[in-house]
Every structure is written in C-alpha cells, then in structure tokens.
Design a protein around this ligand. Structure first.
Ligand SMILES: [Zn+2]
Ligand SMILES: [Zn+2]
Length: 568
C-alpha cells in the first residue's frame, strides 16, 4: 500500500506552504488530506480505481488527481514544483525536534538561514534570540534537537530497514536460479539504526540478479551497477547495496559483510596467528582454501564456536567463542507473552478482544493490557472508574477467548514527586504495574533519577517502562543516572523494560547487558498501539541478544504461574 508514502508527500507540501507563510486554511487542507490517507484502512489505489476516493472527507477532485498521478508516475508534479520554491536545506531542518515549519520559515525570511550548517553557525546570535517566540530556552531545545538529529543522521530505524530488506528479498527471490538471499551488515547484527541495507544473493546468473535489483519497483536512482554488485536508492534516502556471491563462498562472504569491522579485525588477527589468511572468499593456508561455504565451518577452522551475528561487536564474544563460554541467547520461541500493550481504552486502535486474539495467534500464553493512567489526559488515560470497567471487559474476554490470558495492567505515570498515578489499593488489584515517565523530561539528573527510584520503591510497581525516554534521532534520553536506577532495580526486584518499539529500543543493548549482570530482570514490551505493531517483539528479542541475555533474565520467558510468583 502506498497510503503512507502519499500521505507523507501531502504532509511535506503542507510544511512547505507553512514555511512560505501561506494561508493557514490551505496548509490545513493539505494536512487533512495527509491524515485522511494515513487513517485509511484500505489501499488507496483501490479507492482511486473505483472512484470512491472523492467520497472521503477532505479529498476533492484535484487531490484525487494528484494521488492517481503519484500512483502512475511515482511523483506529484505540483509537489516537485513546490519543493523548488524554497531552499533545499529547509526541509532537512524540519527533522530536528524543536523546529516546526513556522520557525523554519521565520529563520529563513528574517535571517536568511537556509541549511542546518547556517543554523548552527548562528544559533546563539543575538538576532536569532530576538526573533518572536525565540529565547534561551527554545534555543537550548533546538540545540538538543540538533545533537539528537546528528547522532542518527543518515541512518534509518531498524523497522524501516527490515521492511525494506523484506521488499527487496521478495523481488530477488523471483529471479530464476537464486537459492539464497540474506541480509548482512548492521541489519543482520540488529543494530538499532542502519546506514545502508546490505544484502547478499547467490545462485542464478549475476547479471540477471543485478538487472532485477536495479530495475525493481521503488528504485529512485541507481547509484552504482557492476558485474557482481550494485547500489540503489529507494525513496528519499534509503540505500540498498547488493552483492552477488558464489555458493561456495557464501559463508566467508556473509561473515565478511556482516561485520562488525571490529569483530572482523580480531578474526583476521586470529587467523594470522595460526598462519592462515581470512578474507571475503574464504579461510586459506597459503593458496589452499580450508573453508568458505558456511560460517560455521570458517569459525570452526579458526578454533572457535560460531558467533551469533548480534554479538559480533568485539565486546568479549571472540574470547567466549574460543573458550566455549558463549551464552545461550534468548530466542523468539522462548517468549510467552507481550508485556506492554495499549488498547482503544486509552490511545490505542485495537480492542481488548483483538489484542487477545492477535496474541493467541502469535502463540503467546499471555498478553498485558497496560493502558495509560489518569493524569495522561492527552492519551485518554483511564480514571479509576474506567480502569474498573476495563477490568470487567478483560474478565469477559478471558472467559470468551480460550487459550490466552489477558493480564490486567497499567502503564501508570510517574508523577513529578515520584509517586505513581493511582493509589495503592487500585494498583494492588492489578496483575502487572508498569510505571513510566511521560513528563518533566528536562529535569536535572538527580531529580529524574530520584523520581524513578521512588516509583521502584512502591511495592506494587513491577516494571519501569522505557527507562531512558529517548526517541532515536528525535529526542535524547532524560538525564537519568542508569547505574543508580539499575542498582535500585536490583534491590527492589523491579524489572526494567526493553521497549521494543523501533523508535525507542529502550533500554538499549548495552544497558540491558549491564542490568542483567547486576541481577535485574528485563521485560520485553512492544508498546503496541495497534495489533499490527506486535511484530516488534522481534526487535526486543534481538536487542536482548545483543545484550547477551539468556532466557533466565527475561520475564516474558516465564510461564504464567512463574510470572505471577516473580511479580508478587
Ligand atoms: Zn510510555
Ligand atoms: Zn506505552
């Protein structure tokens, strides 16, 4: 479905108009179209074909024509035209948290700031500070936004990379003779953000594979195309690199292109110590090839166990693989439930019954309903009365839908004084209590750390949700002292969440590993606001693997009885 892609263009066109200080009604009209497209539950192409598209509120004849233009040609002429009317660098500025189109327009018209570079040069200038609506506080926020943006610049979220790789894989599998298509690079290692998607393919003729790759639908530009490798650009900024390798060298090539660089440097040094040579074609003694066909064979010939890709960061895995002490990492099959879910009761899109059925379909034993608490009004947080009504509905769903248990939970706000947003007698009645911070992100380290710790000291709190609050590429973590939080978590027996949403991944791999070393249990939650997002549990599982976690460290691997006794 191209719904979101097209919605994005209308949103962008609204941004351009707003930067140009256009009439607000026009701006809003474009935004309305974008929202309508995003909320469609059916493919927009079908609606265009049947003519029903103009029946959707906000979509008139002109808009419908633009949408069908996009479906036919892959672009909208008026949008391409609009883009030329403002300096190119301005749209990039919109990606920075703290900068909206109104401010960007102001910076451009009043100070002739046309790019990120120019903005950084003049950020603390008096003229900028004197602009209406500016001020020290706002400038600080923009500066933090720039830092966050630059740390993730040019990289895509892993969720984006996964769906991109899936799409390309499907195209390549259609090529006659192709027997294997595999991800390599940081995607195979499940890093939290991905620069380029690296894929390897084997079987069939290289020319046919390259031809199919460079001409697949969605390719905007072919960046390079040779006899065994090619790079393409998809959409605005997504790069995919493909290499065709011979079947005999599959393992060696996969190792080489999976990386990380640091891991490979260590492997090559190990090979040299043994008078061997390791490269993308195999492991050699002199001219004699010892192995290359599978990764396992290459590692074995190096005298070590096969290293799961998620561990290949030179963080101790080489030594462990040599000594035979690699951990038994958690796997998808170990996971018995999702421990963070929202429903229509707060700001989610799925009913409790839909959540229950989707969880059962995934083979889970349990799933939690953890809607927002009463003080989070913008997310339609539940009053105590509504929480009680929700409990009745959960009982009803548990009676009707067999083979899955819906747990009664909450994602309760940690208030500014560190208390939790429901009284003890309410929390007590719930199966699982997640406590999260949704306000006061700018507080000092002491203050925000203290809030989390006092929430953990509440005996009813079982899990701290998204403990650092970062949004990858958009918002930095709160200034929380994670060492202190982990220590308190160990002392109070509170679990810390690995929030699996691709924009959060919070805790990250490094924190999760440290927490487990300190004896803290981790809890995987997708924070899904719709059942279609529940797949993100795989991101959590692979993040846990990057953190060296075994099933024993993870709440979700417990049977429901064991979970209850762990939580009590
Ligand atoms: Zn939350
Ligand atoms: Zn949530």
């Amino acid at each position: 479905m191209k719904n979101r892609e097209i919605a994005h263009l209308f949103e962008s066109q609204a941004d351009i108009l707003e930067i140009q200080d256009a009439n607000q009604f026009r701006v809003n009209a474009y935004r309305r179209v974008a929202r309508a497209l995003e909320e469609l539950t059916v493919d927009v192409a079908g609606l265009v074909e049947s003519g029903e598209i103009t029946g959707i509120p906000g979509i008139g004849k002109g808009t419908a024509a633009a949408i069908s233009e996009y479906l036919e040609t892959g672009m909208i002429g008026s949008y391409e035209q609009a883009k030329t009317e403002i300096p190119k660098g301005l749209l990039e500025l919109l990606a920075i948290s703290g900068l909206g189109p109104k401010t960007v327009g102001l910076l451009w018209r009043e100070l002739n700031i046309r790019s990120l570079k120019e903005l950084k040069q003049r950020l603390h200038g008096e003229k900028l500070l004197a602009l209406p609506g500016m001020g020290e506080k706002k400038v600080e926020r923009i500066q933090a936004g720039i830092r966050a943006y630059e740390s993730g610049a040019g990289r895509m979220l892993i969720g984006t990379a996964l769906s991109l790789a899936e799409m390309v894989r499907a195209e390549l599998q259609k090529v006659p003779g192709v027997t294997e298509v595999g991800a390599a690079g940081s995607l195979r290692r499940w890093k939290e953000t991905i620069g380029d998607v690296d894929l390897l393919v084997t079987g069939g003729s290289p020319e046919t594979a390259i031809e199919a790759f460079t001409s697949m639908p969605g390719v905007r530009e072919v960046l390079a195309s040779g006899s065994t490798k090619a790079s393409v650009r998809i959409e605005e900024a997504l790069q995919v690199d493909l290499r065709v390798v011979s079947k005999n060298e599959w393992g060696a090539a996969l190792m080489y292109f999976t990386g990380s660089k640091e891991h490979n440097v260590r492997l090559r040094a190990l090979a040299r110590e043994r008078d061997l040579k390791l490269n993308e074609y195999g492991l050699f003694r002199g001219d004699k090839k010892l192995s290359s066909r599978t990764e396992r064979a290459v590692y074995r010939k190096l005298g070590m166990a096969w290293v799961p890709p998620e561990l290949r960061e030179d963080r101790g895995e080489i030594e462990a693989a040599l000594n035979g002490t690699l951990p038994r990492l958690v796997e998808m099959e170990d996971i018995r439930g999702d421990l963070h879910m929202h429903s229509v009761w707060s700001d989610g899109g799925s009913t409790i019954e839909e959540v229950a059925r989707a969880a059962r379909e995934r083979g889970y034993e349990y799933v939690i309903m953890s809607d927002h608490s009463r003080s989070l009004k913008i997310a339609n947080g539940l009053s105590i009365e509504r929480l009680e009504q929700q409990a009745l509905e959960i009982d009803d769903v548990n009676r009707r839908v067999r083979g899955i248990r819906v747990l009664k939970g909450t994602e309760a706000d940690i208030l500014s004084d560190g208390s939790v947003d429901y009284p003890d007698e309410v929390l007590e009645r719930l199966d699982v209590v997640i406590a999260s911070i949704h306000s006061g992100f700018q507080q000092s380290s002491d203050r925000i750390t203290g809030r989390i710790i006092s929430a953990m000291e509440n005996p009813h709190v079982d899990i701290i949700g998204h403990p650092t609050g970062r949004l990858i590429g958009r918002r930095e973590a709160y200034r929380v002292d994670m060492e202190r939080v982990m220590k308190a978590a160990a002392e109070t027996g509170t679990a810390l969440e690995i929030n699996c949403h691709d924009e959060r991944i919070d805790l990250n791999d490094v924190h999760a590993r440290r927490a487990a070393e300190m004896g803290v249990k981790l809890s995987l939650g997708t924070d899904s606001h719709d059942v279609s997002q529940m797949w993100a549990i795989t991101i959590g599982v692979h993040t846990a693997r990057r953190g060296w976690l075994s099933p024993e460290s993870i709440l979700n691997t417990l049977t429901i009885e064991a979970l209850f006794s762990a939580l009590s």
